[in-house]
Design a protein around this ligand. Sequence first.
Ligand SMILES: NC(=O)c1ccc[n+]([C@@H]2O[C@H](COP(=O)([O-])OP(=O)(O)OC[C@H]3O[C@@H](n4cnc5c(N)ncnc54)[C@H](OP(=O)(O)O)[C@@H]3O)[C@@H](O)[C@H]2O)c1
Length: 236
Amino acid sequence: MTPADASTARPVALITGASRGIGRAIADALAADHHLLLGGRDRDALDELAAGLPSAEPFAADLTDPAATARAVEELDLPEGLAALVHSAGILVSGRVDELAAEDWSRSLTANVAAVADLTRLLLPALRRAHGTVVTLNSGSGFSSGPGGGAYSASKFALRALTDSLREEERAHGVRVSSIHPGRVDTDMQHELRAYEHGDYERENYLRPASVAAAVAFAVRAPSEASVDVLSIRPR
Ligand SMILES: NC(=O)c1ccc[n+]([C@@H]2O[C@H](COP(=O)([O-])OP(=O)(O)OC[C@H]3O[C@@H](n4cnc5c(N)ncnc54)[C@H](OP(=O)(O)O)[C@@H]3O)[C@@H](O)[C@H]2O)c1
C-alpha cells in the first residue's frame, strides 16, 4: 500500500509536537489505525520518523508563526476530514514574577495558547466533516501554580479556558474536545524543569510518555456517544 492509498483508507490524525516526548509516544499509540500528520519544526527529522511508521507524513511548521501555520494547513488534502487533532507542542517558560519580562509571558502564551487556538480554527472545517476529536496536552499546572511557575501555569489555565469554550461551541458540530492533564513526564521538558529547580532527575518518579499517550488514545478512540472532557493522569 502506498502512503497515498494508506491515507485514504485510514482516519487522519494530526499530532503537533510529534518529534519528541509525549507527542512522539502519541504517534506510536495512534499509528496502528490512523494516517498520521506529524507536527514539528525539522522536516528532515519528521521525514525519518514518518518512514518508521505504517502510514505517516510530516506537518512541518513553526506553530508560533501564523503565516507558516496557515501555509502548512493549506497544503493538507483532507477529503474525509480530520478525525483527531492532538496538540502536544508546547514550551516551558520558568521564572519568578520578579525575573520574567513581558516577552517571556508573551512567548508562553503564544506557544501554549494562541498557536493552539489558531491551528484549531484553521482545521475546524475538516474536524467538523469527520466529527473529529480535539485533544490538548494541558498539565497539572493547568489547575494550580507555584513559585516560578506563573508564566507556564497561566498558559495552561488559559488553555483550559480555550478547551472549555471550544467544547461547548463545537458540541452542535459533533466535534468533541478533551483536555488531558499529566503530572511530571520523563521528557526533554522535564529535564529543563529539573534544571531550573536545581533538582536531581528522578526518572522513576515520572510518568512514561507512553502512559500519557495511552490516555490520549483512550480519548481519541472513545465510543462516538462518549466524550473524555477532562482527564488527569499523575505518577503513583
Ligand atoms: N513533560 C512533562 O512533564 C509535561 C507534563 C504535563 C504537561 N506537559 C505538556 O505536554 C506537551 C508535550 O510536552 P513534552 O514534555 O513532550 O515536551 P518536549 O519534549 O519539550 O517536546 C516539545 C514538542 O513541542 C514542539 N514545539 C515546541 N515549540 C514549537 C513550535 N513553535 N512550533 C512547532 N512545534 C513546537 C517541539 O518540536 P521541535 O522538535 O521542532 O522542537 C517538540 O515536538 C506540552 O504541551 C507540555 O506542556 C508536559
